[in-house]
Design a protein around this ligand. Sequence first.
Ligand code: FE2
Ligand code: ZN
Length: 337
Amino acid sequence: MNDSLTRRRFLRQSFVFSALAGVGGVPSFAGLGKARPDAAATQMLLVGDWGYEDFQAQSKVAAGMRTYVQEHSLKTDALLMLGDNWYGPLPGGVASERWRTQFEEMYPKSVFDCPAYAILGNHDYQRMPESKVDSELAYANKGGTRWTMPSRWYRFEFPAKNPLMTVIALDSNMPHPAGAQAKGANFTLTPEEQAEQLKWLELELEKQLTTPFLIVMGHHPIFSNGMHGDTPVLVRDWEPLLRKHKVHLYLAGHDHDMQHLEFAGHPTSFVLSGGGGADLYTLKIEETLRGPYAAKVYGFSHLEVTAEKLTLRHMDEAGRVMHGFTKTPDGTVGILS
Ligand SMILES: [Fe+2]
Ligand SMILES: [Zn+2]
């Protein structure tokens, strides 16, 4: 047997063992059933890769989000928009009609009366016709919207009163290694901005943590079983920092599927929620090889946080729970059954 296969099996078996230890029983995926949210917890919904030009699938996922919230009488405290917010042209920039049809009314304030914290994806890093990055920052700045993007990378504690989590929102649009800055409308961070952000991230992570949970989010996954696979520059620059500072969750999109990956001995759970509306991608690595969960499906995610534990659930477009797990501040993971 080759080394990498042996290693993968070992990692998987180790994880299954630690997951069992976390819940104190044999997890049964078949019995996942309906979510039973905790009314006292902070509630966030996550959606990635959503602002597609043909927004039929986005509309279905958004309807699933609304139904889910209403059925569970959830008060959503925040939305996390995981990038690839706008595919295709955004004519008029801040004045584009798409803000109304595909954001304000798609995820309406009447249901989601909360800030929508957004990060930038590769499709946002396009000039169509002007920079969508600039338009998204300007839209947040204009006021009167839930759209929240104070800068391309930022940090916040949430909720404001008795915060439970520190969230570090990053810009993962790294310059291409060969130095090519742009192809057509596409652009990226400059190498100087890349270095500046990395320094900032190191400094933020060095600060004394004042919340039970530490969460990092970036559009590109560090590890992914999906079509794009792992992101080498993020494995090099960010992964060691997540490990060192025991980050609880890394949240990403980019691959148009839903994933939850664990690695034995790694303190971070890698969550990918990229099913918000863009065409789905076929997975490259099955969840039996690297998991515990990876599925080619439209959907969104629900993050519920108390001081004792966080619960992350992946939902399909109808709002049915497909997979879920809990994590305690000390890093113990339990698969929901
Ligand atoms: Fe995408
Ligand atoms: Zn992307």
